[in-house]
Design a protein. Structure first.
Lengths: 536, 281
């Protein structure tokens, strides 16, 4: 039993491995003509259920996305690509959005798919039960279905971010005839899903595998190419790395191969390392500072901490180059809103000057003060190593850091309920729109005691609140961009959160495994375009 | 000790296993004590190129780990941590075990029954699992590791001491002391314990070996003190690079094996040398 398993078994928690990528990596574009047949063997962490419509757990999405679909998927620029919606249109005033649905789509049980399914899932599942969906669809006042293939959403205020969260991970469409009138969370179809996707659910042997078989009735004629997909659960990172090398599996998604082992797969003739599949999540490894605590309540101290950390070295040493130094709250992959440059970048001299200025001079032992850094034991190995790196970095400017690793439940309680910490580290998904993934971390109204992944730093700035709220309801792209730029400048200056590393999610596959269409949300791809080249 | 048993050290040195254990242990102690002077520096400092092989660079004679931390400095730091954890937790176990065993053995009856049921309770739970639970419940740190290991390690000592006390309990000199009106505490402390202790010393040596292993296993599982570099920490951190850089796990593993072996040999030797029946042979 390996270390993470033991922790998981003992605590009953799901790991959130957070990993890496280098932008320069070759992309897995498929050369040659697709071949029909074969079963792709993919390693994932075993999901608790197989439906993503009301839960954000990533490994659920990785499996369920082959069975159930969303309205769109995303390309590498994170622009929507038609899936179950063929086209869409936003009204001039931004107060209504119409989706034209694909015709001749059938659920795996033979019933036709239509606008009633979308309306039901939006109102009864996404808006009511999905943790992010509640915010995404908050402005929805009504959903109209003029015919079987048209859905019109009425909004109380423009919601441009809506288009960033309607793929199979964010807004998975469930069959109304299976779910209506039942307890959605307890519906048996959650573990044996009936979808519209390229693959049908076949069996789930707990602790071993989930098997899917080809959906011959899929709406894309001739696809999928594969006869089936077999998801295998190999909890030990060393074991799955060896299994991939031995050719027992074809693909690992979600950075399941440790970054330190990736060099074993660097031979492009034998393997492909895809670093684009997780762009959609826009995950950042960050250090959040509890602004209610002594020392760090002083903005100059927080800026000094930011100046003390060499993010480029962090990426190189801990993430082995699979990642990018983060500059601000929005990662560079969200190019529409990304602002270059960080006034609080690496500058140890400036850090020392700021601490002197704040009145925390070095003592006789060379130390200024002692604070702690709390992280979760369910986090990745990289996350723990990053804590060690930060400790060394702060020691150089005279700040002593005590590292505390808590089990996941204690970690969440300590950070979000008791606020008993100075710094915490975590890997958070910023998502392609700041209103979805970033606002929650800074908004005063989101200081919610006991609620994980809210504004846990306790930072409150009425001016920023107004800007963020205005950005959420702004329909004009240029005006919205200006608001977000201002927003970034404020949080960089006040530094309640130090964004450190833009994480790269890696998909490692044997060269046999091909996928025709590059996707920014490839972790949640349907794989109708995937095929296995014949062995040479 | 050598004053009370003048011949012990000599006997130990002439004992094949005990002598070897003692010498090995002295070498390790010397390394732990002098190491920081010979190879100064912070074991956490990420100064070297990552995953440097032993011998590749004179500045890092034993190479570096995946984050460019010098392995030699780490191993020396680990030696201090391991020895400290082993000794302190064993001290806790010895004190607890001796106290419980002596009180139970001397009083007998209900007190003994109650104490022995408690001992059995601890003996039936796998010690490592209990240690993991204890450390996980409290926050992982050197202090909690020491306490947890101490708490799971005392039952064997308690059993042993109780058996010793039971056999001494009926001896004439004890009865004589009792007749003279010596108080229970004084009797236990001055008459019984000194005679019951030799096997405790022997078993403690084995307990130390086990404690060191347990600490390493805890650190390997990520339940070590994140601020302290122990051998388990190094092994746990190097595990994923086992194929590319086996020496990270290998070297700290060897250090662990040698130390545990030293204590086992010493325990063996002490047992033979302190056992009156074997001595007379």
């Amino acid at each position: 039993m390996n270390r993470r398993d033991l922790m998981l078994a003992g605590l009953g928690l799901a790991a959130l491995p957070d990993l890496a990528l280098a932008q320069g990596h070759a992309h897995a574009t498929a050369a040659g003509t697709p071949v029909r047949g074969g079963t792709a063997r993919i390693v994932v962490a075993e999901p608790p259920i197989l439906t993503s419509a009301f839960i954000t757990t990533m490994n659920i999405g990785m499996v369920s996305s082959k069975i159930l679909e969303g309205l769109v998927s995303y390309d590498l620029e994170l622009k929507p690509v038609p899936a179950l919606a063929e086209s869409w249109d936003t009204a001039e005033d931004g107060l209504s959005v119409t989706f034209n649905l694909r015709r001749n789509v059938r659920w795996h049980d033979g019933r036709p798919f239509g606008s009633a399914d979308v309306r039901f899932t939006l109102l009864e599942v996404w808006k009511k039960l999905h943790p992010f969906g509640r915010a995404v669809f908050a402005n929805v006042t009504a959903v109209e279905t003029p015919d079987d293939h048209t859905v019109t959403i009425r909004l109380s205020a423009p919601a441009p971010y809506l288009f960033n969260y309607i793929n199979t991970y964010g807004a998975q469409i469930l069959p109304r005839h299976v779910y209506e009138g039942t307890d959605v969370l307890q519906n048996p179809a959650n573990t044996a899903p009936i979808g519209t996707g390229p693959f049908r659910f076949k069996e789930w042997v707990r602790g071993s595998h989930v098997a899917l078989e080809r959906n011959a009735d899929y709406w894309q004629p001739g696809k999928p190419y594969l006869d089936g997909v077999l998801f295998r659960f190999i909890p030990d990172p060393v074991a799955r790395t060896v299994a991939l090398e031995a050719g027992e599996i074809d693909v690992t998604i979600g950075s399941l191969v440790p970054v330190t082992s990736l060099r074993r797969f660097s031979d492009a003739a034998k393997y492909t390392i895809n670093t684009d599949d997780g762009r959609f999540l826009a995950s950042i490894f960050l250090a959040q500072i509890n602004v209610r605590r002594p020392y760090v309540s002083d903005r100059r101290v927080r800026q000094a901490l930011s100046h003390a950390i060499d993010r480029a070295a962090l990426v190189r040493l801990v993430w082995q180059g699979y990642g990018k130094p983060a500059t601000g709250p929005i990662p560079s992959s969200v190019s529409q809103y990304y602002a270059r440059g960080n006034p609080q970048g690496f500058d140890p001299k400036r850090a020392e000057a700021l601490l002197d200025e704040a009145g925390f001079k070095r003592g006789a032992d060379g130390k200024r003060f002692r604070i702690n850094l709390v992280s979760g034991s369910g986090d990745s190995l990289e996350s723990n190593r990053a804590g060690e790196f930060i400790k060394q970095s702060l020691a150089r400017i005279g700040v002593e850091l005590e590292l505390i690793i808590e089990d996941s439940a204690a970690y969440l309680r300590r950070v979000y309920t008791e606020a008993d910490y100075d710094i915490m580290t975590s890997s958070l998904h910023k998502l392609p729109d700041p209103t979805l993934g970033v606002q929650r971390l800074y908004w005063t109204k989101n200081i919610v005691r006991g609620a994980p992944w809210t504004n846990g730093s306790g930072y409150s700035n009425p001016e920023l609140d107004r800007i963020m709220e205005a950005a959420a309801a702004e329909g004009d792209a240029a005006k919205r961009r200006a608001l977000v730029t201002r927003w970034q400048a404020i949080v960089q200056e006040d530094a309640p959160i130090l964004d450190l590393v833009e994480l790269t999610w890696t998909t490692v596959s044997t060269a046999r495994f091909r996928k025709d269409r590059p996707q920014g949300d490839g972790m949640f791809a349907g794989l109708e375009d995937a095929w296995l080249a014949l062995a040479r | 000790m050598s004053t009370r048993h003048p011949g012990l050290l000599r006997r130990l040195l002439t004992h094949r296993q005990g002598g070897a254990g003692l010498l090995l242990l002295l070498a390790i102690l010397l390394l732990a004590a002098a190491g920081p002077l010979l190879w100064p520096g912070d074991p956490w400092e990420m100064a070297a190129p990552p995953m440097l092989w032993p011998g590749e660079d004179a500045a890092n004679p034993l190479g570096s780990d995946v984050m460019g931390r010098d392995l030699l400095t780490g191993l020396v730091s680990g030696a201090r941590v391991s020895l400290m954890v082993g000794l302190v937790s064993t001290l806790i176990a010895a004190v607890l075990g001796t106290l419980i065993g002596a009180v139970g053995g001397y009083h007998g009856g209900r007190i003994d029954a109650a104490l022995m049921r408690l001992t059995e309770l601890f003996q039936t739970v796998p010690t490592f699992v209990l240690a993991v639970v204890l450390v996980a419940v409290f926050r992982p740190s050197v202090a909690t590791a020491v306490l947890a290991i101490g708490i799971v390690s005392w039952p064997a000592t308690a059993r042993l001491v109780r058996a010793q006390v039971l056999s001494l309990r009926g001896r004439d000199f004890i009865l004589a002391a009792e007749t003279y009106g010596m108080g229970t505490a004084r009797l236990l402390w001055t008459q019984i314990l000194p005679n019951a202790l030799p096997p405790v010393i022997a078993i403690s040596s084995l307990t130390i070996a086990h404690a060191i292993q347990t600490e390493a296993a805890l650190a390997f599982l990520g339940l070590g003190d994140p601020n302290v570099m122990s051998w388990g920490t190094i092994i746990g951190g190097g595990r994923e690079q086992l194929v590319e850089a086996w020496y990270v796990c290998g070297l700290s593993g060897i250090a662990l094996v040698v130390t545990v072996l030293a204590f086992n040999l010493l325990g063996e030797g002490l047992n033979d040398c302190l056992n009156p029946h074997l001595r007379s042979q």
